[in-house]
Write a protein that binds this ligand. Structure first.
Ligand code: GLV
Length: 326
């Protein structure tokens, strides 16, 4: 019976789809990432690995698992997996796109509005008992409706955010490696990163983390934004130089930020937590019952298909399936 190593307890339906397919499931019991040693022990002898974005699946992990046929990541991002190393070993890698698009776009808009309208500061004030009533000068934020949104990375999530922005009467600029086919549908205009940073009232990040996008938003990029601009990141923390962001926010060179992801999760940059003009979320972009359930079903389906000798639904290195690059 083929064995699947699952690196964490999963939300419903959990591992039921794997067991129903007759697979032998070995699961890390604690709701914490396995240590490096535990991961190596877990994959040894496994035919499939169902892992999370918190696991680094590198050449050493792949080498410890000579029987492995698939790494199914329970995430759309896949910067935690060495895909070329997996491809070289003939191991299929899959992710969970689409099923988390709307949930992540919703959270992006929640952070955008919360940061622009200083919602968490207001919440803290009301709870503190120090609120002494309505004031015309209190907690003035940045307008959103009718303003310009700059989307960096116009994939499925960026496009879903653009759709929401249209509902707010926003003009949408985007920056992407290539023109995005869906841009016309949301009336989004392709511009250089430089122009986007200079013109957008809100900059929101939806690019994957690669060598090219690491610290895309560094001190120089932050310097191009205006003191009224709000930055939102629901993609990957290392897209932003977090220390430079803290400096910009502390100096009032940026109005605010809404962050769901951080450079060194779960740690956050020194000084970030002390700032009033940031809204911080614990990487919960896809955290709705529906989205997480759909992610689990998709990741399990990818595993069961590959172990049954069929193509997975969402392969990242389909050349393995064609027998190339082995
Ligand atoms: C979450 O961050 C994901 O990539 O799915």
């Amino acid at each position: 019976m083929p064995t699947v190593y699952v690196t964490r307890p999963l939300p419903p339906p959990g591992t039921d789809p794997l067991r129903e397919a007759g697979l032998d499931v070995r699961q890390h019991a604690r709701d914490r990432p396995p240590t490096g040693e535990e991961l190596l022990d877990g994959v040894r002898g496994a035919d499939a690995l169902l892992c999370l974005l918190t696991e680094r699946v590198d050449a050493a992990v792949l080498a410890a698992a000579p029987r492995l046929r698939i790494v199914a990541n329970l995430a759309v991002g896949h910067d935690n997996i060495d895909i070329p190393a997996a491809t070289a070993r003939g191991v299929v890698v899959t992710n969970t796109p689409d099923v988390l698009t709307e949930a992540t776009a919703d959270l992006t808009f929640a952070l955008l509005l919360a940061a622009a309208r200083r919602l968490v500061e207001g919440d803290r004030l009301v709870r503190s008992g120090r609120w002494d009533g309505w004031s015309p000068t209190q907690l003035l934020g940045q307008p959103v409706a009718g303003r310009t949104l700059g989307i960096v990375g116009m994939g499925a999530i960026g496009t879903a955010v653009a759709r929401r922005a249209r509902g707010f009467g926003m003009s949408v600029l985007y920056h992407n490696r290539n023109p995005a086919p869906a841009a016309a549908e949301v009336a989004a205009r392709l511009v250089t990163l430089d122009e986007l940073l200079r013109r957008a009232d809100v900059v929101t990040l939806h690019a994957p983390l690669t060598d090219d996008t690491r610290h895309l938003i560094d001190a120089a990029a932050l310097g191009r934004m205006r003191p009224t601009t709000v930055l939102v990141n629901t993609a990957r923390g290392p897209l932003v130089d977090e220390a430079a962001l803290v400096a910009a926010l502390a100096a009032g060179r940026l109005a605010g930020a809404g962050l769901d992801v951080f450079e060194r999760e779960p740690a956050i940059a020194e000084g970030l937590a002390a700032l009033d003009n940031v809204v911080l979320a614990p990487h919960v972009g896809s955290a709705t019952t529906q989205s997480r359930g759909d992610m689990v079903r998709l990741a399990c389906r990818n595993v069961t298909e590959v172990l049954a000798g069929r193509a997975p639904v969402t392969p990242l290195n389909p050349q393995v399936l064609e027998g190339r690059d082995r």
